[in-house]
Design a binder for this molecule. Structure first.
Ligand SMILES: [Zn+2]
Length: 396
């Protein structure tokens, strides 16, 4: 961690610690206080203007009995992606993000690409970008407790702001109402299922990391902090990272880990952070002369979820090549490799995309490698116009 990071983090956490009474309670509380169950340590609670002053710790109950305020106005701000984007496979998570950019810039680009379901601006304005059940591409490469690609199962909420700055009071107030409404509509979502993006993002093996790793992003990391969660009316964050615990991932960003888990979790390795883009073209890397497969797939080089496009046109999984005694040390340049994807198969005259990968065919996370080598996602294909010989890869 750099000194700058630490300073920012300390500043944020100090503000959190000293600012409880002033920062915690949303404006709408005045009008709506009857609907909120507050439990102080001694039950002693005074409500005055927009502050709650309690003797001892204030804790909002986290069973979502909060009635959504009839006052929350959601501004519809439709993404052009509403016309084509598939619906989520299920709704089990809410992922919280920070835009890392100022308001109008963030809103416009998130809208253009359908990268959030909702955006909460610093003044508290809440925008709806996608239709309620539609996928937004907010999390990208992600994993939680062995489940991957959480965009297919999550509502993404972007808070305009930065990962190392507290959300504004208005953002917390209206964010609280928004989340309460979403939880009411999606009762499978529990408190621990509401997580910062950085908690679920992971990176694939690359030049810097031999293993798939946590710590690809710091997005929304302060949403793991207990006082901010209380202000949002949500329960505590998960106490540890199940994917690190069970060895699926290693920790690559010690600083992030400290913020998310307050140092509770043992840190198996520490290496520098590298943010690897999730664009479709980068998802299938091309091995150049003199480079080894290790730089692209790390320890996953022979996994069933690593797919090789060999220069002779064959497409093989890592585990298949290993069984064939393939020599991974002398891999030919221009071989292409994708890690973390399942090889679905090829499209032919008699085999449609739907027959190859089922309802995943039009997901934004599904990749199509066209016969000319171009790579596009499921949301950009037209089912009847996919050339024969196209290969489909999908995330688990
Ligand atoms: Zn994010």
């Amino acid at each position: 961690m750099t000194n700058l990071d630490r300073r920012d983090f300390l500043r944020a956490s100090t503000a959190a610690a000293v600012g409880l009474a002033g920062l915690l309670v949303p404006d709408y509380l005045n009008a709506n206080v009857r609907n909120i169950v507050l439990s102080g340590n001694d039950g002693n609670l005074n409500v005055r203007n927009d502050q709650v002053i309690a003797n001892g710790e204030i804790s909002f109950n986290n069973d979502f009995s909060l009635e959504a305020s009839p006052g929350l106005e959601i501004i519809d701000h439709p993404s052009p992606k509403r016309r084509t984007r598939a619906n989520r496979l299920s709704t089990d998570f809410i992922l919280l993000h920070t835009t890392e950019a100022p308001g109008s810039n963030s809103l416009n680009s998130l809208t253009r690409f359908g990268q959030a379901n909702y955006v909460v601006d610093t003044n508290g304005d809440v925008y709806r970008i996608m239709n309620p059940k539609q996928i937004s591409i907010g999390a990208g490469r992600s994993m939680w407790n062995g489940r991957t690609n959480l965009d297919n199962h999550a509502i993404n909420i972007e808070f305009v702001g930065y990962h190392n700055e507290r959300p504004t009071k208005k953002q917390l107030g209206n964010g609280r109402e928004l989340i309460a409404e979403l939880v009411k509509a999606n009762p499978r979502i529990n408190g621990e299922d509401i997580m910062p993006h950085s908690m679920v993002a992971y990176g694939r093996p690359n030049r810097w990391h031999d293993d798939s790793h946590r710590g690809r992003k710091r997005c929304g990391m302060l949403f793991a902090k207990e006082d901010i969660r209380k202000a949002l009316g949500i329960g505590k964050a998960p106490k540890y990272d199940p994917d690190v615990d069970e060895g699926r991932l290693v920790v690559a960003d010690r600083y992030l880990d400290e913020v998310l888990y307050e140092g509770r979790q043992p840190v198996p390795t520490s290496v520098e952070i590298a943010d690897i883009s999730d664009s479709p073209e980068n998802a299938i890397a091309t091995i150049k002369a003199g480079e080894s497969v290790w730089a692209y797939a790390g320890r996953e080089y022979a996994d069933s979820t690593t797919t090789y496009f060999l220069p002779d046109g064959r497409v093989r999984r890592g585990d298949e090549l290993e069984r064939e005694d393939f020599n991974f040390d002398v891999i030919k340049p221009e071989t292409r490799v994708a890690t973390g994807y399942v090889f679905g198969g090829h499209i032919s005259r008699n085999r449609s995309a739907y027959q190859v990968v089922g309802k995943r065919w039009n997901l934004p996370s599904t990749l199509y490698r066209l016969p000319d080598g171009k790579i596009i996602t499921g949301e950009d294909v037209t089912e009847r116009a996919i050339p024969n010989g196209t290969t489909i890869l999908f995330r688990k």
